[in-house]
Design a protein around this ligand. Structure first.
Ligand code: 5GP
Ligand code: ZN
Length: 108
């Protein structure tokens, strides 16, 4: 997906403040944060949206859900956070590379 914004971030062609990376996942701060901590967690492999996932994506999706809390905790969100996945144009999705929004305010 050469034209995909988040694929370009994965390839390092567009800079991002990376907060987590492994062989399959990348997390980086949202450029227009809606909370003191707001990062996006994406699969490095291009998946368009939750509307297009299939059985082969199940393990990766599980890994995303399981990884998000540990990143959130490292960023000060031990007390909790909100998570969302805008899905499809009607669901408010603007970037068509699957991403979890994780938002929160670090507690004292
Ligand atoms: P969506 O509505 O697709 O769920 O949200 C896309 C998110 O990507 C938005 O919150 C927007 O601020 C963020 N975003 C868009 N372009 C960039 C970018 O170039 N860099 C980063 N870090 N975030 C972006
Ligand atoms: Zn992509």
């Amino acid at each position: 997906m050469t034209d995909c914004l988040f694929c370009k971030i994965v390839r390092g062609e567009i800079p991002a403040k990376v907060v987590y990376e492994d062989d399959e996942l990348l997390a980086f701060n949202d450029i227009r944060p809606h909370a003191p901590v707001h990062f996006l967690l994406i699969p490095k492999r291009h998946i368009e949206s939750l509307l297009t996932v299939n059985e082969a994506d199940q393990a990766l999706l599980g890994k995303m859900l399981a990884t998000a809390p540990s990143i959130a905790k490292q960023l000060g969100l031990q007390a909790g956070f909100k998570m969302g996945v805008n899905t499809g144009a009607a669901g408010g999705q603007e970037v068509f590379h699957l991403h979890l929004h994780v938002l929160g305010t670090p507690q004292e």
